[in-house]
Design a protein around this ligand. Sequence first.
Ligand code: AMP
Length: 284
Amino acid sequence: MKQAARQARMDNRIIGFVPTMGALHAGHLALVERAKRECSPVIASIFLNPKQFGPKEDLAKYPRTFDADRDKFSSAGVESLFAPEAAEMYPSDFRTYLNVDGLSDRLEGRSRPGHFRGVTTVVLKLLEIVQPHFAYFGRKDAQQVRLISQMTRDLNLDTDIVVCPIVRDPDGLALSSRNAYLKADERRAATVLHRALIAARDEIHSGTRDALQLHSTLTRVISGEPLAALDYAEIVDANSFEPVTRISRPCYILLAAFLGKTRLIDNLYIEPATPGSEEMVFQL
Ligand code: AMP
């Protein structure tokens, strides 16, 4: 992979990179589509990174669909697929980890201790191997892409991080490889994350800016769904990921909830229509 990437750079080609853990869905393929518009070659990776799963998490049962994934990437126009073995990425004497201070400990990092240390370590390794000009990530994992952008800046990496919109099923559920775990009734109930975000968006649209009030809307909608158990609902500054009391600058509403044993996340991005304006625009 390093040789191919070096050659592409020597040929003055613009490398676009889409890292994934496989079990591909339309959200992953949208990243490839965007990369194809801006780069050639597009390189994708499939690596189910053991270091970002906690000991009680779902690494063992995570869906593995390698042959279908390879075909999907190939039909989507991915020129090279990098799919290393875990032992190749982490030989037994592996010792170096990367941590982004502060940002890694909140929200997803609090619910999943060690998760972001695993994510930033593997993404740094992948970026070092593939040497892309641009790397494409989904806004579905908003905190993850914020951390990765911080890391590339802090470490002066030669890669620009591109954030792409969330792809959803027609009923609003954000696509996720983990949706495959949901039983039929849980799948129906899983739209509650999207419904809660819509309710908050409508409330902001009608003038509410107070975070506590929005928080109670989110918890009311989620607690109305008997199959869902809220992990967290937070309204945070889009840069620091620290809680805000009032929405007046770019913010995220971040949700994590369990549907049975399956943990799902979703978010709504909010920003003033023009800097300083009271009118807000949304990305859901
Ligand atoms: P994963 O395979 O879950 O590690 O995801 C690989 C990339 O796809 C990450 O950048 C995710 O944020 C992105 N992604 C996952 N689900 C979606 C989605 N529904 N819409 C857009 N991007 C997504």
